[in-house]
Write a protein that binds this ligand. Structure first.
Ligand SMILES: Cc1cc2nc3c(=O)[nH]c(=O)nc-3n(C[C@H](O)[C@H](O)[C@H](O)COP(=O)(O)O)c2cc1C
Length: 328
């Protein structure tokens, strides 16, 4: 399991233990001590065998290199845990964190492929998680260690999809600019709809008084600190004959909006079950917002910057749910 470590001494102790066990990559004492020293101030992820384990088997540290850019400063996994998926889990946690923090690009440097076998493994790993070759610079570490710089677009659609998780924690006390709310709502309206009937509409709520009234209806309370909310409305228009695709239409619109929310550095959660249950919170929200009788409130999406640390839930394995060509 992966943990976000904040204690400076713990970060340095983990970095030392792992790097000293990996002389093939970190034999130069000066640079190793530099990594250990710097790790104290860096966003830091450590991998443990299980929840009760206190001995880290791998770690990854990030370094901000610009307003929109972050560097995978250093990572290491104990040799007997190589090829176990730990490196990938560490990277995934760090990538999601970087996206949540609003970074657009991640870079990483290593010795280029074709020089040393151990570094070839490192290059293959970085490529396998999605890094792209940017440039090789020989003058940085000398001609015997040509420096390969890799780069990754954190805002690629694949990364945004992977980094979207339902967020149910507290939101930062920060207004969401109208231009961002408009971009999010537009993403929803750009979604496909059965026979292009466009049965989905939204009301964007950023007025504190109206937000307060909606929050009062949410029992048990959720999204109480959200600085904005998108209320999703649907109209039951048939696409053809008696076929109505309104549910599919608003689901596509909601997913588009959730992805736009993450792309812009915010978090959200698809609150539908909570408001459409027997107590019909959705109708109370409809009344507050003067929603006409031929439209239904079906979902609430809070929008804001996350104030709490969070992780996605575990999901079934890929092979359990995805097959090629036949289920057999
Ligand atoms: C149709 C639908 C209704 C949902 N309703 C709620 C809800 O009322 N409350 C809630 O906390 N999460 C709700 N969710 C979010 C799911 O619980 C969440 O997507 C799921 O646990 C997977 O987690 P992930 O979104 O982080 O991948 C809903 C999701 C969908 C698709």
């Amino acid at each position: 399991m992966i943990r976000f470590i904040t204690d400076k001494k713990e970060k340095q102790a983990i970095t030392r233990a792992i790097l000293e066990a990996l002389p093939e990559w970190f034999e130069v004492e000066e640079s190793r001590e530099g990594y250990i020293r710097d790790s104290a101030e860096q966003p830091f992820f450590a991998a443990f065998e299980d929840a009760s384990s206190t001995k880290a088997v791998g770690f990854l540290a990030l370094k901000q290199t610009g307003a929109e850019t972050v560097e995978l400063a250093v990572m290491g996994v104990l040799k007997d845990h190589h090829r176990s998926g730990i490196g990938r889990k560490l990277f995934t946690a760090a990538r999601d964190y970087a996206i949540q923090q609003g970074y657009s690009f991640m870079q990483v440097k290593t010795v280029r492929t074709g020089m040393y076998e151990d570094y070839d493994i490192t290059n293959a790993f970085y490529k396998s998680v999605g890094f792209k070759e940017l440039e090789v610079i020989e003058v940085l570490w000398g001609p015997e260690n040509p420096c390969q710089i890799y780069v990754m677009n954190l805002k690629s659609m694949q990364n945004i999809i992977a980094a979207r998780h339902s967020y149910r924690g507290a939101f930062a006390d920060e207004k969401v600019p109208r231009e961002d709310l408009t971009a999010i709502a537009s993403a929803g309206m750009d979604a496909p709809s059965g026979c292009n009937k466009q049965t989905t509409s939204v009301i964007v709520v950023d007025d504190p008084k109206t937000l307060g009234k909606i929050k009062e209806t949410l029992d048990p309370p959720v999204a109480q600190t959200a600085p904005a909310m998108i209320v999703v409305l649907t109209k039951r228009i048939n696409a053809y004959r008696d076929r109505c695709f309104a549910v599919q239409d608003y689901s596509a619109a909601i997913e588009n909006m959730l992805l736009a929310i993450v792309e812009l550095g915010y978090q959200s959660c698809w609150y539908e079950g909570h408001i459409t249950d027997e107590d019909r919170i959705c109708d109370k929200i409809g009344e507050i917002l003067s929603v006409p009788d031929d439209m239904d409130v079906v979902c609430l999406l809070p929008v804001g910057k996350a104030a709490d640390e969070f992780h996605g839930p575990s999901k079934k394995s890929f092979s359990e749910r995805v097959k090629y060509n036949t289920w057999g």
